[in-house]
Design a binder for this molecule. Structure first.
Ligand code: SF4
Length: 688
């Protein structure tokens, strides 16, 4: 081989940007990324990627990376040795634990991190500190979807794979900006629509690209999805279009459920949702006529006071029409981050061990106690939302947060940031010095996905391995190593030398991952959970029975929760979501030139009607003020939004950050913030 060939390297990795889970080869020379090359054998994406997967990697070599631990001194931070930072953490954690008890500390894992890292975070909280105060950022997005599925079908995961969505006769997408949030998955839908005549129905308040291409686009009143879903379900039952055989064989609670639908007449739905009776009937007929229906949903559904109930209504509709237990059908909550599915799967949740086993279950706890060699707390801990309240109330005093700019991405951030100020001790672990780091006492330098090994689980419940492309920059370390260092400083004797050993331990304790190991995930091989001990995986989540008592699913009656109402002066409804080019608050993607060059900032989408009314043109700067705070942002006039509804992408941590506006109101069953229930008043600052 020539010198040149020796220096060029090809490494398989998995994208860090969204739940589609695209896998590809990265060609590198030294620390330079030469190109990203998707491979046909990649199970989720084949030869496709989107702009983020293709060009979003400059940040890895950014000079702004944190490469050494930082310790606060007054209002400044100074660089420190790892040993000093770890000693400080040991002293503070031990002191707070001794004086105020284990439950005065809390831990937040990240959906950007690997499964193994999420596993270690909850093990640190439970086994080393002795608290169940551990959660992850899927609390901000998909917990309500998981709740809706647990209640009805027992597992919180996509019913099949992305291939099933592509093969389905009918796809219904609700509150999902699919083309921008899950680009490669959306491409599969677009192709199926064109080549196979797949029918697509989109329900959203914004006319995004998939809505534009849909066979039917309906625009429900904000927060009213449960009502039209229930009315369609009732209409199907009234017409006798339900799958009687499936209901008899596989579903409990049918009569009680049918009774609960009584109020959801077409007339009532028309009045509340503003969908016409014709539209409602058309949806019901389309489901009836299709052999297979998939329902896709995302944050437009979940981030409401009744997000879990609307997710439940989706699952109820699928059960009534027999759209579970067969290929090309079922429920598809689209996971946002690359590892939203895995962060919860691996137990960074206040009431569940890995594999959704309850901490309150004595037998389960005994199994973990035997393996970890310590007694474990049985009382469920605090979720993210409750943690913020507990800090304000003075009984949560220390927080260890990794991979999350919580001071920007949580709702009502003025309130969250003031909570951070009240902490006795705050450790933040990240790749960049985020807004949240400003409130930390210690900042630990973490390595991004290119600098570590591990596994991610995509939206299809699919485990995939990532291999290390670069050495960690400076003194940064993979999160799993940092967590192990902290655990050992606090007296544990963990000795993992490779993430595969962490996975082996997790698999041995978690029935649904029993057969997961690194050999079976070599290269582009993947596994979809549940995975039996012999390695048999589950492309379809449900085949013969549901994982609920007596093997049957359960129709779960739900009632509509009205969205928050605001005083008249807050007359602008502020919808929010993603932009194709950027990832969340943008800490990574704004540092990638190819991306920030194209989309350097966020902008507020306003309708022509509102623009005419307020004298707004493209580029006009406005101030939006809600009861919780205000943002300043420039406008673009577009036909994607209507009337007094505006759309503000969440992709900035600057003065336009959406969560200065949002409230602490949350989903009543999971505490997921109701990001989508926010109104503001608008002031024109300067015309362009
Ligand atoms: Fe694929 Fe999502 Fe990454 Fe785009 S952001 S390359 S769709 S995983």
């Amino acid at each position: 081989a020539t010198m040149r060939e020796e220096r060029i390297k090809k490494t398989k990795t998995v994208c860090t940007y969204c739940g589609v889970g695209c896998a590809f080869d990265v060609w590198t020379k030294g620390r330079q990324v030469l190109k990203v090359e998707p491979q046909a054998e990649a199970p989720a994406n084949g030869i496709s990627t989107c702009v983020k997967g293709k060009f979003g990697w400059d940040f890895v070599n950014s000079e702004e990376r944190i490469t050494r631990p930082l310790i606060r001194e007054g209002n400044e931070f100074r660089e420190a040795e790892w040993e000093e930072a770890l000693d400080l953490i040991e002293n503070k954690f031990n002191k707070i634990k001794k004086e105020k008890g284990s439950d005065s500390l809390a831990f937040i894992s990240s959906s950007k991190c690997t499964n193994e890292e999420s596993y270690l975070m909850q093990k640190l909280a439970r086994a080393v500190i002795g608290t169940n105060n551990v959660d992850n950022c899927s609390r901000y997005c998909q917990s309500p979807a998981t709740m809706g599925l647990w209640r009805t079908v027992g597992y919180g995961g996509d019913s099949g794979g992305i291939g099933d969505i592509a093969k389905s006769e009918l796809v219904i997408s609700i509150g999902s900006n699919t083309v921008e949030s899950h680009p490669v998955l959306a491409t599969r839908v677009k192709r199926a629509q064109k080549l196979n005549g797949q029918k697509v129905i989109v329900a959203d308040i914004r006319k995004h690209e998939l809505a534009d291409r849909a066979d039917l686009f309906v625009k429900p009143a904000p927060g009213s999805d449960l009502v039209w879903l229930s009315a369609v379900t009732k209409h199907i039952l009234d017409k006798g279009w339900h799958d009687d055989e499936f209901l008899q064989k596989h579903v409990n609670n049918v009569d009680e459920f049918i009774e609960s639908l009584e109020p959801y007449t077409l007339e009532y739905a028309e009045e509340v949702t503003h969908l016409s009776k014709e539209e409602l009937k058309w949806i019901a007929e389309s489901i009836h006529e299709a052999q297979t229906t998939c329902i896709l949903w995302a944050m437009g559904v979940t981030q409401h006071g009744g997000g879990s109930d609307t997710s439940t209504a989706i699952s109820n509709l699928l059960l009534v029409t027999g759209n579970y237990m067969k290929p090309a059908a079922g429920a598809y909550p689209l996971r946002g981050h690359n590892n939203v599915q895995g962060a919860s799967d691996f137990g960074s949740m206040p009431d569940r061990f890995p594999g959704y086993q309850f901490v309150t279950d004595d037998d389960v706890r005994k199994r973990f106690e035997a393996s970890w060699g310590t007694s474990l707390p049985a009382k469920p801990g605090l979720n993210n939302h409750e943690m913020v309240e507990a800090i304000h109330d003075g009984y949560l005093n220390a927080l260890y947060l990794k991979g999350e700019d919580m001071g920007i991405v949580d709702a009502n951030i003025n309130y969250v940031q003031s909570a951070f100020e009240k902490l006795d001790f705050f450790v933040v672990q990240d790749v960049f010095f985020s807004k949240t780091c400003q409130y930390a006492d210690v900042v630990l330098p973490a390595s991004p996905s290119f600098e570590k090994e591990g596994t991610f689980t995509n939206t299809e419940r699919r485990f995939q391995r990532l291999y290390q492309v670069f050495e960690p920059m400076g003194e940064s370390l993979p999160d799993w190593k940092i967590i192990m260092e902290i655990a050992n400083t606090l007296g544990a004797d963990w000795s993992y030398t490779h993430p595969s050993e962490i996975m082996d331990e997790a698999a041995s304790l978690t029935p649904i991952f029993a057969g997961v190991n690194y050999e079976r995930l070599e290269g582009y091989n993947s596994l979809q959970w549940p995975v039996a001990e012999d390695g048999t995986d589950s492309p379809l989540l449900f085949t013969e029975e549901f994982p609920l008592p007596d093997g049957k699913a359960k129709l779960h009656p739900v009632e509509w929760t009205k969205p928050l109402e605001f005083e008249e002066e807050y007359d602008i409804h502020v919808n929010n979501g993603r932009l194709l080019e950027h990832f969340h608050e943008g800490n990574l993607t704004y540092k990638s030139k190819a991306i920030s060059g194209k989309t350097p900032s966020v902008f507020l989408e306003v309708s022509q009607e509102l623009a005419d009314d307020r004298g707004i043109e493209d580029g006009t700067k406005v101030k939006l003020t809600s009861p919780y705070g205000s943002v300043k942002v420039s406008c673009v006039v577009t036909d994607r939004v209507f009337g007094k509804q505006v759309y503000l992408p969440m992709n900035t941590s600057g003065e336009g950050a959406i969560n200065y506006l949002t409230s602490s109101h949350s989903d009543k069953d999971t505490d997921t913030p109701a990001y989508k229930e926010i109104s503001a008043k608008m002031e024109v600052l300067e015309s362009k």
